[in-house]
Design a protein around this ligand. Structure first.
Ligand code: PMP
Length: 423
């Protein structure tokens, strides 16, 4: 048995037959640098999918900051660390009023779980609204607002799912009708939760509707829905795990791009370039209401190395103008993909360095085509993924230092993979 097969069979033995992998031919990753991941044979693969290595895989500034901090001190948040305080000041300065306090966690799921509990405590209600194609995490509570997964034990009675916006098939039948149709779904859910005795504590959503297939909407889209929440005294939680840290190329946060002011924001994935750091930021009022009755503590959260990683990410983003790069390269990538001559491409959508390619196909499930295309790109050394309600939307979301040459490489691989899939 060669080394590659040996690794695969060891994995099955150790982690179970159905432990998920990407790709039919799973990538055995040995090292990574910048936008490239190297396999066991030294072959390089262009990473056009991972948003966790935000400033680039193995960025020396991040690894050095974490290394130095690990040599000095690594304790949890019940000790007072100036390194953590410095980071929090820097992070919170990136938000608008009324957001001024933070609780760090070790994953996005944990951040969303905490945010939902904060909203319930602050409002004294338990009802939650989420979108019907969302993903917010893997804890019991966040799985209940993640219809892309089935929560163990089924959906709890205090959750209502509303239709997600859709750029190809807009709610209300046409794009202009979509904001009001979306808001109407929210109003109905609020009434329903109130009638059932739960009341409405909060709605949670990703402001660029990333897991829904990047169904990004123009500024003002959420105004009517946000007003409905305000009228019900319920909170808006924006999950910035995918949208945040400049990914859209125009704004540091997705909620700014869509022009809404959330009560609670959750952060994750790109925050520490792979070091597990995530968190909740909110108003003093919400934090105080939560802390009156509850205490949040998490062993691996808010440690000095996490803060060092987070600080280094912000430093590199500024120094290398990665938000500007996301805007420029994203624009180029979008243009290249939109020019590909394939019938199955119904729409190419982009928010900076996040591109969704919506595939349609008469008589054949577009999810199957998307799957084949993802595999075809992988064979050509380009790593992409897919998402959306039926996993029919190609998801291209590379590390932020992606350049136009990398974008051209993606376009060429995608062109060939689509041809190969007969699409
Ligand atoms: N929210 C969103 C929008 C996500 O995409 C994810 C993960 N893909 C999460 C939350 C969960 O984050 P984690 O995997 O760090 O728990």
């Amino acid at each position: 048995m060669n080394a590659r097969l040996r690794h695969l069979s060891r994995r099955t033995a150790l982690m179970g037959e159905r432990a998920p992998t990407f790709y039919d031919d799973p990538l055995i990753a040995v090292r990574a640098e910048g936008v490239w991941i190297y396999d066991e044979a030294g072959r390089k693969h262009l990473d056009a999918y991972n948003n966790v290595p935000h400033v680039g895989h193995s960025h020396p500034a991040v690894t050095e900051a974490v290394h130095q901090q690990l040599r000095r001190l690594n304790v949890h948040s019940r000790y007072v660390s100036p390194v953590v305080l410095d980071y929090l000041e820097r992070l919170l300065a990136l938000f608008d009023d009324p957001i001024e306090q933070a609780a760090l966690t070790a994953s996005g799921s944990e951040a969303n779980d905490l945010a939902l509990r904060m909203a319930m405590v602050a409002t004294g209600r338990t009802g939650i609204i989420a979108l019907d194609a969302a993903y917010h995490g893997n804890t019991a509570l966040t799985a209940a607002v993640s219809p892309r997964r089935t929560p163990v034990g089924g959906y709890p009675a205090n959750v209502r799912l509303v239709p997600s916006p859709d750029n190809l098939n807009p709610l209300g039948g046409k794009p202009e009708a979509q904001p009001e149709a979306f808001a109407e779904g929210v109003r109905t859910a609020i009434r329903d939760l109130e009638a059932a005795g739960h009341g409405c504590a909060a709605m949670i959503l990703c402001p660029i509707f990333a897991n829904e297939g990047l169904q990004s909407q123009p500024p003002g889209f959420l105004d009517a829905a946000a007003k409905a929440l305000q009228d019900a005294d319920a909170l808006l939680i924006c999950d910035e795990v995918q949208a945040g840290f400049g990914r859209t190329g125009t704004h540091m946060w997705g909620h700014r791009a869509i022009g809404v002011a959330p009560d609670i924001v959750t952060l994750g994935k790109p925050m520490g370039n792979g070091w597990p750091i995530a968190g909740v930021v909110t108003s003093r009022e919400v934090m105080e209401a939560f802390q009156r009755e509850h205490r949040h503590f998490s062993t691996f959260a808010a440690t000095p190395p996490a803060a060092a990683a987070g600080t280094a990410v912000l430093d590199v983003m500024e120094r290398e103008d990665l938000m500007g790069n996301a805007r420029r390269t994203g624009h180029h990538l979008r243009a290249r993909l939109a020019a590909l001559p394939h019938e199955s491409i119904a729409q190419v959508r982009a928010a900076g360095l996040f591109v969704g390619v919506d595939l349609v196909r008469d008589g054949m499930n577009a999810g199957t085509i998307a799957r084949e295309v993802v595999e075809g790109c992988r064979r050509r050394g380009v790593l992409i993924g897919r998402g959306g309600r039926d996993d029919h939307i190609l998801k291209i979301r590379p590390p932020m230092p992606f350049n136009s040459g990398n974008a051209d490489f993606v376009a060429a691989a995608l062109d060939e993979a689509l041809t190969e899939a007969g699409a």
